[in-house]
Design a protein around this ligand. Sequence first.
Ligand SMILES: *Cc1c(COP(=O)(O)O)cnc(C)c1O
Length: 364
Amino acid sequence: MNFNHQDIKKRHFASDNYAGICPEALEGIREANFGHESSYGNDRWTARASDMIREVFETNCEVFFVFNGTAANSLSLASCCHSYHSILCHEIAHIETDECGAPEFFSNGTKVLLISGENGKIDPAGIEKMVKKRTDIHYPKPRVVSVTEATEVGTVYTPDELKAIWSKTKSLDLRLQMDGTRLPNAIASLDITPKEITWQCGVDVLCLGGTKNGMAVGEAVVFFNTDLAYEFDYRCKQAGQLSSKMRFLAAQWVGMLKDGAWLKYARHSNKMAALLESRLRSIPGVKILFPRQANSVFVEVPQSVVDDLHSRGWLFYTFIGEGGCRFMCSWDITEQDVTDFANDIAELMGQTRREPSSATVSSK
Ligand SMILES: *Cc1c(COP(=O)(O)O)cnc(C)c1O
């Protein structure tokens, strides 16, 4: 595998959507850019990509292509609910914290109710508690549970953990939606087949991430419970998510799935995160915040180190509180990138320890 792209100047650990388009997705677009094709999804690429997704998940499912993850989540959740229902999710779920109220907006007001749990994962007992808290007509009736796989803090639900959630959703008559923006990373991390972590764990509808996996744009909404897909095409159209040249969304999927590039990149970015984690563990004073199971490492370092890394030109997010950093590995991160980044952190941490009176102590 050749990751030496001389023309890409510097890579960062900010997000997997800082990265460019991987060669396979780009090749898909190039191949589809030939002559005329029917529009709005009535093209051969869309048909082929949908079939490939059915093959990958080894089941009959209904597939739709939308532009982004916010739309995929919001519209798939709306298809599970009426406006007077509620959506149950983890308190740090993307649908709660990073979608600007879109799940509520696209479902005409369906309320999002929050459940806690260790390491970004929903505690199944919390589902039952939230549902049984109130059963009267004044409470927004719980109708769907949303899980994120891999989670927002880079952990991964095992099939058994998802099955424990499924047993709650089954007994409480709830649907199960999966935000699978980083599902490829979860599949690679667990080293299992796609079906074992989705419909075989009771997932009714999956939002399968393409953009963060290496595509330019586009996510797939995959209905394993095909009844829920009823009139979903109208939902997409009304929401401005029906691509007229859909073949260019779909062709990227063909490129990604044809020879398994989606899992190749997921394995690679997981491996780079594992390497980064092991380098960081050897640096005194760096605290790893969550079990690293996918392509991100969350750490706590002194604020002065965060500032110095930023002034050295490294981009990454610190949205999880003072000194808390998320280092995300995209499909194109190299071992050299990891080494350079870890060396800078080691050097800055060393300086911090020699000057204990500086910003180190003042940050908390
Ligand atoms: C990035 C991301 C999404 C999708 O976000 P968009 O910017 O709308 O594409 C959804 N869920 C999670 C967990 C994400 O990280």
